[in-house]
Design a binder for this molecule. Sequence first.
Ligand code: ZN
Length: 439
Amino acid sequence: MPRFTDADDVSWGFTPAERTRTRAAIAELQSIRARRAKLDAREAELLAGVTGIALDQISRDPNGSDYAFPIRSMAVELALALKESPRAMQGRMDRAWQLVERFPVTHAALAEGRITDRHAREIVAAGADISRPEARVAYETEIAALAEHATPHRIKDTAKQVAERHQPTTLAERHERARADRRTFVEDLPDGMAMLGVIGPAPAVHGAHDHLTQTAQAVKRDRRAVTRELDGIEPAPDDPAYAKYTDDRHLAQLRADIALDLLLTGEPTGHDLDRAVTATIEITIPVTTLVGLDDGPALLAGYGPIDPDTARRLAADATGWERVFLHPDTGALLTVDHYTPSAAQRRHLLARDRTCRVPGCTTRAKHCDIDHTIPYSRGGPTDVGNLAALCEPHHTMKHHSPWRFRHLGHGRLRFTSPAGYDYIDSPPMIFTGGPPAPF
Ligand SMILES: [Zn+2]
């Protein structure tokens, strides 16, 4: 209960009416806070509910769908309906699901208006790593009681300390947590070099390094044996000609060359890596097969007929090759199309789209993929009227979810969500001078 200044002691103070109004305002603000907390708890319940629907969709998928797609798709569904960015919405869904499914005591305190959403957020964030349910309940019971009487900022620090006390600390559990952080990274170095790092479980990393050492030693031995066989001689190690008969790379250099070989080509050949390995394949696909009208076979040059599904997949995945349309009966050349947009088309799209075209997504267009709205494999042309910038997560979502994207002309796109809502989005740049120039 606040204490009030005695108006007789100082030159200013509350009149009785001001005091009454202030107290009424405080009471109503507290009531608004409590009601807002209840609404936040209900909102979390709804968000956790739809997250649950996405998780059910994942478990129903016989192909074991990637975790990301139904969740990502649901995030866009909600983001469009609620006018938020998809990324912010996915964060909200994650937090809501955590709160409702893993922190029931905190959720109940929010639903009863005893703590605010900001308190709940700090409690969930600090306790997210506590894997044992009993330990988690003990943690949140303790911290939620404290949160009723403290600011969210204060709770943030306290929650970490309380979580630490309830944290399981066996080596196995710590390892499990550390394991989740395994990753690769690239760091650029001066003089045209770069570093590739792998963080993984110690036995696997040491095993891999040992494998590189053994392979490097074998490559060195092989080189010497091959050279000796060719020349029929083997100079002594102190002979100046010795170097010619052996691989002059240090073990460390060989290890690096072999590691990159393995990652780039799958073969530990230990050769110089300046040569880029490229493969070119030539496939002739009947246009009627490509657009799915029939299942006529495609021809792989130097091999023969291949099945239409593989051909369509190759047509969709291929980058940088030309599509030659032949008339199905006469074999006459109809048109030539490139899968890869031209530099002019790319510039046009960067200017038109500015960002990923999923409404609310802020990924800059220059960091996006350029997507064929109607897939190239189904006959969609490489034309700005069929191309749109999509960030990698939303590009893969489009291909692995029931979202339907459609060009309406002038860069306008219609998005039809899996739940059946239509949204129309115009690119940020408005074209006023008629249709965009053809390419
Ligand atoms: Zn995006």
